[in-house]
Design a protein around this ligand. Structure first.
Ligand code: GDP
Ligand code: GDP
Length: 433
């Protein structure tokens, strides 16, 4: 998917623009989670085209001493990664020296650059936006991120400038992404897996700019490892490796079917790991945890079992994610990670026939009734699986608003007991009959 990046100095309204452009879409994708987060990354759909949007504002601390350097990096990173660049400026303040510096860097970019003259809340300010043509870019769009005025024409132009979509043939091979902190062993594992079958590996251009997907044959099945270039390229970006890694990770998750989170056995499952896993869960991807560097752990009889237990405690509701212990260095169990990822892939594609589903739901309801709502029992009348990969289940009720989070979780656990879905985030949607 094409990447559109928002750049600009602090306070011009980048995050407001980001929220404005992603809100409708996000609320659909994340409807059941009810969690509001500071997202840097989201997708936008307009006129039937979808693109990824990133707000690089997170790169620039608002009151940093290294403010100018940070902006420079923000812009360079964007030029490296994006297909279209949105350069946000502020019609209330007019052009500042920082805007001019950003413009100087962006004028060298090959990609289309759109100047967003933000805070054009009224006609006067929209006219003032003309001054921004002096920054040297062809397109200036006055708009108001707060009210949404002007965003329609603007989005038309953005979508028009996106690169053509169908650049890579999609033959439906499972797409697997290795994600995790820097130095956890993603490149080592990739190389190990590719090395084993070097002769039949072909590198194909990935679905995102500068990404290279590797196709390999695993037990007679074609498998795609997503964005192997992202693993190699990190040395080129000195500063802000964290943000770069985050951006690259987000993109890899977005374009995969199954995300394999690598965890460092020397460090254990860390808060950051859980966060990345949640991110992948919220994008409804298949999930696997691979504990790498297992060669460094002194093992006794139950080491793996104890490890897994400790991890499951930290995972909470995500304890449906399967775990494999391996070593990219020695190669021990390295191919197993692909077996497991393919199993999760198959689970994610699964469709439960409606009669079987209703039988399981009836049984679950029999064992534990939904709560009452305003004095009447909530009844689930009928359910069906409305889609697969990712699976979504609809439950038709008299009072869907009476189904709370705890009952939703209960039902999810019952579905897992009945049908497996190992490593697969499930979406349960309770609707009015
Ligand atoms: P960022 O630092 O570039 O991400 O800027 P923010 O999105 O945090 O916005 C900075 C301030 O500008 C906030 O107080 C916003 O409410 C305000 N703002 C953003 N967009 C608009 C707009 O279209 N019109 C007006 N009047 N204010 C805006
Ligand atoms: P990436 O940043 O996630 O791609 O991590 P790398 O693949 O570059 O690995 C980072 C470091 O960890 C390198 O020094 C590797 O040799 C080392 N490493 C990777 N996998 C293993 C492993 O299974 N065992 C041990 N002991 N070291 C490993």
């Amino acid at each position: 998917m094409a990447l559109v990046a928002i750049v600009g100095r602090p306070n011009v309204g980048k995050s407001t623009l980001f929220n404005r452009l992603t809100e409708s879409r996000d609320s659909i994708v994340h409807d059941e989670s009810g969690v509001t987060r500071d997202r840097l990354y989201g997708d936008v759909e307009w006129n039937g085209r979808t693109f990824d949007l990133v707000d690089t504002g997170g790169l620039v601390p608002r009151s940093a001493e290294r403010f100018e350097a940070a902006i420079r990096e923000q812009v360079l990173l964007t030029v490296e990664e994006a297909d279209v660049i949105l350069f946000v400026v502020d019609t209330m303040t007019g052009i500042t020296t920082v805007d001019e510096e950003v413009a100087a860097l962006l004028r060298r970019a090959e990609q289309p650059v759109f100047v967003v003259a933000n805070k054009a809340d009224n006609a006067t300010r929209a006219l003032d936006a003309a001054e921004f043509y002096s920054l040297g870019f062809e397109h200036v769009f006055p708009l108001s991120s707060i009210s949404g005025t002007g965003t329609g024409d603007f989005l038309d132009a953005v979508v028009e400038a996106l690169p053509p979509t169908d650049m890579t043939p999609d033959d439906g091979a499972p797409r697997i992404a290795f994600i995790g902190r820097p130095n956890v062993g993603k490149s080592s594992l990739t190389n190990r897996l590719l090395g084993v079958t070097r002769s039949i590996v072909t590198e194909v251009p990935g679905t995102t700019r500068d990404s290279i997907d590797a196709r390999l044959d695993h037990d007679g099945r074609s498998v795609v490892l997503v964005d192997t270039a992202g693993l190699r390229k990190k040395a080129r970006i000195q500063e802000n490796v964290e943000f770069y890694a985050l951006l690259r990770t987000q993109r890899a998750i977005q374009s995969c079917d199954v995300a394999v989170l690598l965890v460092d056995a020397e460090r254990g499952l860390e808060t950051q790991d859980v966060k990345v896993l949640r991110e992948a869960e919220s994008m409804k991807k298949g999930l696997v945890i691979a504990v790498n560097k297992w060669d460094t752990v002194e093992k006794e009889t139950n080491t793996a079992r104890d490890w897994e237990r400790t991890m499951r405690d930290k995972l909470g509701m995500m304890d449906y994610v399967p775990v494999v212990f391996l070593s990219a260095l020695t190669g021990q169990r390295a191919p197993n990670v692909l077996d497991l990822a393919l199993k999760v892939y198959a689970e994610r594609e699964k469709r439960i026939p409606t009669p079987e589903l209703n039988e399981a739901v009836e049984k679950a309801v029999g064992a534990q009734h939904p709560p009452t709502f305003r004095g009447t029992y909530v009844k689930i009348k009928y359910s069906n699986q409305v889609r697969e990969a990712p699976p979504v289940f609809a439950f038709f009720c008299n009072h869907p608003e009476g189904i709370g989070e705890s009952y939703r979780r209960y039902m999810e656990n019952q579905l897992r007991k009945a049908f497996g879905f190992i490593g697969v985030p499930l979406t349960l949607s309770f609707k009015k009959k």
